[in-house]
Design a protein around this ligand. Structure first.
Ligand code: NAI
Length: 688
């Protein structure tokens, strides 16, 4: 299109009555058309060379022309100046058609321009790379991409102390670069930290301080270039080059991504954003142990037919540890060029999370180690547009406040529902068959069979009920069917008659009705105002005596003290689960030490298998968000000022984050000093 010769006057298209010839025949100084056309005509007359390029692509009739009513009984459209009647409603529709036609043509021309701009940006980047290679090092290491941004400053002779102080503080990208380039430097220049006296801390501030030295290094690099024989290139010089190159690489990459997005006519909502990831700590035990398995089964659909996440690609191998800080949910590469801060420091006003919150555009958190987005925190997060739950269950966000602030809350629906369902079955068997105490006896060298079996039963024939029969609840029911149990459920949405028949299910219209009958109750509903403390003293007292309660939904669905007392009196034969409130649970939380518990930290939904799915799902959500595409309906909890998608189906309005600030009382050091968690011997001797 760009190389097409520009005719002085376009060829005449007789099918379109108001082309240039007809205009001139009409002898009109300012022919009909839309406002832009009129004003361009006034300005430039018929000389198309003087008109904006995209106007050349407009070959159809002008606005207002289709919109004319039929005149003169000749079954042709009349001219604007001949119109005998005012515009009608039908014309409005035609006007819209004409509008969209012309807009589409213009958009195509814009897209063409943007594509050319993208190509130029790429060419520029290649040039800058070549020049920086020549300047800094004859052989720049592979991951080092030189600079379009910093290079001109060096070559323009900006005083180096000024450069060194100016760059780190004024350029957000440089701060970002420091978070990513250290690995490169480690590989290429082992020992650089010692040589620089780098403390090894990972905060941006420390990294920026280190940049002062990197800046000096750049000076050395420049000198080395002018006097190559002055000795070996100091490590500092190389460091300067690495830093400068990392910045340029990020910037050029972002620029070219942006231009490409424009060229493909995607709306790039957030060109450069601050994303705050809150993930659990890396393993405390040695990581030298190889992972147990080298591959994961490939799944493309969930049981109801919904597809597993569909990001454009992933930068991790399924089965890797992605949910902890260093795993970064496998997003580090994808988010290069953005400010992506990942931390486990999430509770209290001094936490890293709270410090970054006021400037964050996106918060990514996990239920296992939740960044509680309380009312107060949402009020502080003025830039926040999107909260992503890497998993399922977004109750750690004050959904009411998020809706009011027009923040979207999305989660990776279904990603770990089956993981949890498997866990629930395991926990039921665990409690009923008294597995954990028996295991403890074996590992402590004992053989006390009577102690092992005095609380052990068969599940067969028991009445088992779920509160909540959504993705997890239904999967639990399906998995329990072969155990020849009698199955019950309560949910605000009744399952289909076919499913009830298939699983021989008994529906209860209240939770009270279900708990009265069941030997085993499993909780699989979200936490929202109607389920908060649902299992209180009163409801637990109405349960069948000696029943088992399994809660992998959310800790706050149960009242902690009421559960503890019921375990002590025997009203509950056992309580198992992995969810607490708040999280991490205080070191002295009663569930850690109450009798007959089979508790773990919050783990059921973060198996390595689940991590691969939710990491991919988070990327899918981010890709949609960054490109202005809609997020899958089923992933939505809050959008457009209210509950949406799965949020609308499974939650009720309100806030359940109150009390989450207590999480600050968890003392990591105390937990580490105390060694392995609660010994089950305590449980065996603990009563009931
Ligand atoms: N422990 C873990 O690692 C994980 C825990 N979860 C928890 O499990 C919950 C459920 O997950 P899915 O089954 O995938 O969600 P889902 O949305 O498919 O199902 C939830 C079901 O609960 C029902 N429900 C809502 N309020 C209820 C009430 N008051 N009484 C009875 N039923 C009610 C809904 O109607 C829906 O059928 C999540 O919201 C989350 O809190 C989810 C994944 C991992």
């Amino acid at each position: 299109m760009g190389s097409m010769a520009i005719p002085h006057l376009p060829s005449v298209n007789q099918a379109v009555h108001q082309d240039f010839r007809s205009i001139s025949e009409m002898g009109t100084a300012f022919p009909g058309g839309d406002v832009m056309y009129q004003s361009l005509w006034r300005k430039n007359g018929g000389d198309l060379n003087l008109w904006p390029k995209e106007e050349r692509f407009f070959k159809g009739p002008r606005l207002g022309e289709y919109a004319r009513p039929l005149v003169m009984n000749r079954n042709v459209l009349g001219y604007l100046n001949q119109s005998p009647v005012p515009l009608s409603a039908a014309e409005d529709e035609l006007t819209l058609v004409a509008h969209s036609n012309s807009a589409a043509r213009r958009a195509r021309a814009h897209a063409e321009y943007a594509k050319q701009a993208a190509e130029k940006a790429e060419a520029f980047y290649d040039l800058a790379k070549a020049r920086a290679r020549a300047l800094f090092l004859p052989d720049v290491p592979i991951s080092v991409k030189p600079t379009a941004d910093v290079y001109p400053m060096y070559s323009a002779g900006v005083p180096l102390p000024a450069l060194a102080t100016e760059l780190p503080w004024t350029h957000e990208e440089i701060k970002g670069a420091f978070l990513t380039f250290q690995k490169d430097a480690d590989q290429i220049y082992p020992g650089w930290k010692e040589k620089l006296g780098y403390t090894g801390e990972s905060s941006v501030q420390v990294a920026c301080l280190a940049f002062f030295d990197w800046g000096k290094g750049t000076a050395a690099a420049v000198q080395a270039q002018t006097a190559p024989s002055s000795g070996s290139l100091p490590v500092l010089a190389c460091g300067g080059a690495v830093a400068a190159a990392a910045v340029a690489s990020q910037r050029a990459g972002r620029q070219s991504r942006f231009s490409k997005a424009v060229a493909s006519r995607k709306l790039l909502k957030l060109e450069f954003g601050k994303l705050q990831g809150v993930l659990y700590d890396d393993p405390q035990r040695s990581t030298s142990t190889p992972t147990a398995r080298s591959e994961l089964p490939h799944l493309s659909r969930y049981p109801d037919g919904q597809t597993t996440p569909t990001p454009s690609k992933v930068d991790f191998v399924p089965g890797e540890l992605l949910g902890s800080v260093s795993g970064k949910l496998g997003l580090a590469k994808f988010l290069e060029g953005h400010d992506f801060v990942v931390t486990s420091s999430k509770d209290g006003p001094d936490s890293v999370f709270e410090q970054h919150l006021p400037t964050a555009d996106v918060v990514i958190s996990q239920p296992f180690w939740p960044a509680y987005m309380s009312t107060e925190r949402i009020a502080k997060a003025k830039n926040l547009k999107l909260c992503i739950t890497a998993g399922i269950g977004s109750d750690h966000v004050d959904l009411e406040a998020a809706a009011k602030a027009n923040i979207t809350v999305a989660e990776v629906t279904y990603c770990n529902s089956i993981s949890v369902a498997e866990h629930v079955v395991m926990l039921i068997l665990n409690l009923v068959r008294n597995f954990v105490p028996s295991h403890e006896i074996a590992t402590s060298g004992g053989w006390h069979i009577a102690d092992c079996v005095s609380r052990a039963y068969d599940l067969e024939g028991m009445q088992v009920g779920t509160v909540g029969a959504g993705r997890i609840g239904l999967a639990v029911l399906r998995r329990l069917k072969p155990f020849d149990t009698k199955l019950h459920y309560f949910d605000q949405h009744r399952l289909s008659a076919a499913v009830e028949e298939e699983l021989n299910l008994r529906y209860h219209n209240s939770v009270e009705s279900l708990v009265r009958i069941c030997d085993v109750v499993t909780i699989n509903c979200p936490l929202h105002p109607k389920t908060e403390h649902l299992f209180n003293k009163e409801l637990i007292a109405s349960m069948k005596p000696g029943s088992y309660l399994i809660n992998t939904a959310r800790g706050k669905v149960c009242e902690a003290q009421a559960v503890k007392e019921a375990c002590e009196t025997g009203q509950l034969a056992g309580y198992a689960g992995d969810v607490w409130f708040p999280q991490p649970a205080p070191n002295d939380h009663p569930w850690r030490s109450m009798p007959n518990n089979a508790m773990t930290p919050h783990v059921s939904g973060t198996s390595l298998s689940a991590q691969a799915r939710y990491a991919a799902g988070v990327r899918e959500i981010l890709e949609c968000f960054l490109e202005g595409r809609p997020i899958r309906e089923e992933y939505l909890i809050v959008q457009g000022g209210g509950l949406a998608g799965t949020g609308k189906h499974s939650y009720t309005e309100g806030n359940t984050t109150k009390g989450s600030d207590e999480a600050v009382h968890f003392d990591k050091d105390e937990a580490l000093q105390e060694g392995p968690p609660v010994k089950m011997q305590k449980v065996v001797t603990g009563g009931c």
